[in-house]
Write a protein that binds this ligand. Sequence first.
Ligand code: AMP
Ligand code: MN
Ligand code: MN
Ligand code: MN
Length: 283
Amino acid sequence: MSILNADLHCHSVVSDGTLTPEELAARAAANGVQLWSLTDHDEISGQHRAAAAARALGMRYLTGTEISVTFADQTVHIIGLGFDADDAHMREGLAQTRSGRDQRAREMAEQLDRAGIPGAYEGARRYVGNPDLISRTHFARFLVDAGVCRDTNEVFHRYLVEGKPGYAPHNWASLKSAVQWITGAGGMAIIAHPARYRFTANEEFALFHEFKAHGGTGVEVVTGSHTAAEYLTYGDAAREFGLAASRGSDFHSPGESHTDLGQLPFLPGSLTPVWELVADRIQ
Ligand code: AMP
Ligand code: MN
Ligand code: MN
Ligand code: MN
């Protein structure tokens, strides 16, 4: 085992979490996290706050983000860690990635309206902490609080996913661009929660192969999105592709997330932890 309580994946109000970067830092520290990263979707504007809060609490910190990518007609998430949060090229790339979200949200709301749920755009907006970052999670919170669904899990079964009302297809960044923004800013790219995608074996192979060819270096193995069996599957994939392994809760909210900050098994000792490869970027 690699006995470091590293949590390198979570979300604040800067994207679709419900806690501020400072509140997350306090929760992570209280849960015994030793190395932390805030990885908001397509956003890095919380990075300086998160790093300062981590420092004040005696936690080590890596800059982070989770970039939305379209690969083989599906959305894939690529985590960036240890990059320069002031890098202009990366900031432009992320701004570009965020730019289609408002129009997409309007299309989602139109579909929900046709399905008999009016006012979803304005409804979802009330949950948004960052005007540039309206996400399906904000729609899910609106649908739960409006009494349409019992919880966000039910929302993502009945709405907002392909084939259901409230799904608007979207073209995110390319895999190559996302990896290059991260590595160009001195950071390390990591495939987030690979078990969540619905790829064929060939498509998954292509994802790992192309990711590696573009300069990607890691894969999430122990994450709140994986089962224990999936830790083994993707531990094997890490070895097969020569990738380092990452660990993160993907915590969003105390009321919604079943895995709390830092509360997951350690990485197996047979894998190279991603933090060993960015040791010089740890703050
Ligand atoms: P978006 O980037 O707007 O497509 O929203 C994606 C976000 O929706 C993810 O980061 C999760 O926070 C949330 N999400 C997606 N699928 C599910 C699910 N099945 N259960 C709960 N949350 C989900
Ligand atoms: Mn999210
Ligand atoms: Mn994700
Ligand atoms: Mn996430």
